[in-house]
Design a binder for this molecule. Structure first.
Ligand SMILES: Nc1ncnc2c1ncn2[C@@H]1O[C@H](COP(=O)(O)OP(=O)(O)O)[C@@H](O)[C@H]1O
Ligand SMILES: [Mg+2]
Length: 346
């Protein structure tokens, strides 16, 4: 049993369609786990089950060995941060952060001490007596974070907390969140549809698709070894082609060309895939005999740091991203090298 356990959670809003389908997730104490997936896949619904905002139709939710499935939201002692910070406009930052403690009828001194500590942790000490409208978006989101943390929650839940901030601030804030989360050792669930954000901040990532978790692992494993085509596509893989096992670690593509792989795959994994930036583009007929496929450049696009080529090959159109000095133009005959190391099967 882990610190947080979701077991066979099923949620249906209308009694017909299951939005979460026997979802299972285990989180260890102190971990930051992200739910990553496209809009509508059920991330917020999962977080609402954890928060106690909705009760699942089936399944169990427990924290620290206690079954909380039917425990209402206000008795769970979880901190929550949402996309919209929802601060009280007529209360100062200090009062906003202390609101939850006041509800609990803690003493004035205790509230002051805890609030000031949390404002210190979140870098807001200088803003204690200001009002929300006098702060920037990033500062307001930090107030929301301070407010969630000051109650010393068992779990911190964050639902796309950075999506209202501009790109640069988002990167700063995710680092801030990670630092604070680590410093306080607080078990956290972070919802996002942004893979870069998710990989940078998480100890583990649960990639969701239509109400199920397709893969749950560290960012490194998911980035390098997606298990399914859905996960691969979601994290930047392109170039999917059918393969048949012909020999030890050797597969044949539809046109008979051979691909060796450095990894061991299950027999059910028969679709080869590779990221555009992992394909090497070479002039025609260079490169080794295996793992190389001829092609014709169709389209070249300038991406700033590199070029993207769309190349017609006997196994289909392949996308290649290359930053080499040598460039190719439409109509050029080339060879594409797909390394044993980078070829993934899903
Ligand atoms: N209150 C609700 N009533 C009916 N359907 C809902 C409700 N909330 C969400 N849904 C549906 O459930 C699915 C998952 O939604 P949600 O969990 O919000 O996804 P995500 O957060 O991943 O974008 C969507 O198809 C959405 O339309
Ligand atoms: Mg959502």
């Amino acid at each position: 049993m882990s610190f947080v356990d979701l077991e066979d959670i099923r949620v249906s809003y209308d009694g017909k369609n299951n939005i979460l389908k026997d979802l299972n997730l285990s989180i260890e104490k102190g971990e930051l786990v992200s739910l990553l997936g496209p809009s509508g896949c059920g991330k917020t619904t999962t977080l609402r089950v954890i928060a106690g905002l909705i009760e699942p139709n089936d399944g169990a939710f427990s924290v620290d060995g206690a079954n909380l499935t039917k425990v209402p939201v206000h008795k769970r002692n979880f901190g929550m941060v949402f996309q919209s910070y929802a601060l009280f406009p007529h209360l100062t930052i200090k009062e906003n952060v202390g609101f939850g403690l006041k509800l609990r009828k803690e003493s004035k001194e205790t509230i002051h001490k805890k609030v000031m500590e949390m404002l210190e942790v979140t870098g807001l000490a200088d803003y204690a007596d200001r009002y929300p409208k006098q702060l920037s978006g990033g500062q307001r989101q930090r107030v929301a974070l301070a407010r969630a943390l000051v109650i010393e929650p068992k779990l911190l839940l964050l639902d796309e907390p950075l999506s209202n901030l501009d790109a640069k601030l988002r990167i700063n804030m995710r680092l801030e969140i990670k630092k604070i989360q680590q410093r306080l050792g607080i078990t956290s669930v972070f919802v996002t549809h942004d893979q870069e954000e998710c990989f940078s901040i998480s100890d583990k990532v649960a990639v969701m698709n239509q109400g199920v978790i397709e893969q749950f692992d560290t960012p490194e494993v998911i980035y390098n070894h997606p298990k399914t085509e859905f996960v691969a596509r979601f994290i930047g893989f392109e170039n999917f082609f059918d393969l048949t096992l012909v020999d030890d670690h050797t597969y044949a593509a539809g046109d008979g060309s051979l691909f060796k792989t450095a990894h061991t795959w299950e027999t059910t994994q028969k679709v080869g895939t590779i990221r555009p930036e992992d394909i090497t583009i070479l002039s025609k007929q260079s490169g080794p005999a295996v793992n190389t496929i001829p092609g014709t450049v169709k389209v070249r696009t300038f991406l700033g740091k590199s070029y993207q080529y769309e190349v017609e090959t006997p196994i289909g159109k392949l996308l290649v991203q290359d930053s080499d000095e040598t460039t190719y133009t439409s109509g050029d005959e080339v060879s594409l090298y797909i390394s044993e190391e980078k070829l993934i099967l899903v």
